[in-house]
Write a protein that binds this ligand. Sequence first.
Ligand SMILES: [Zn+2]
Length: 219
Amino acid sequence: MANYHPTPEMLTDFSAGNLQLGHALCVSAHVEHCDECKTNLQRLNSIATNLFDGLEPASLPDTLKNAVFSKLDDEHIEEPVREKTVSSHIPRALQQFISESYETLSWKKVSSMIQQAHLSTDVSGSKISLMRIQAGGKVPMHTHSGEEYTLLLEGSFSDESGLYNVGDFLVRDERHKHRPVVTKDRECICLTVTDAPVTLTGFFTRWFNPLLRRGHFSH
Ligand SMILES: [Zn+2]
């Protein structure tokens, strides 16, 4: 059960299709875990449908209507494509990027404890990645010069503000300086969407930054 949720504004933007791909993926993957947000989203979607229903229909010329209907008649109805076997715990929203399991992604080492797999870059330039941190692993103290969205997919971690579990949805920006630590029982996998390089602020900055330049945080 998730304790950290997208804001109502984010959910509204998601419902209206106004979120960029990376943020939409985080919201969508969260909603799969969260009955509360699922219910709210269904409400928002039905409000939007009612608004459309209330609109006065625009009249179309018959020639256009006929052209559209005959095109529809011509459409070949495809057999439904049988879905590939994807691990059931991978959110449906991410299955377009992950063919079988997290294991089959091409993971790059960021440090001895951290690996990163790039999934996509959306039109706004945001990087969509998975981060995988070993059980008990620590991420060096860092802050963000832009926003970073995180959705926890496996395991749990904590920082100065709390403990986060599967399905939790976090947004961090330059106001947050934090040092996430993964719980000792199992590794942690997160979906992260960053729109600007992360700024490291701690002791490890000097040796860690060159590694990060090739990794998750600062392409
Ligand atoms: Zn929620």
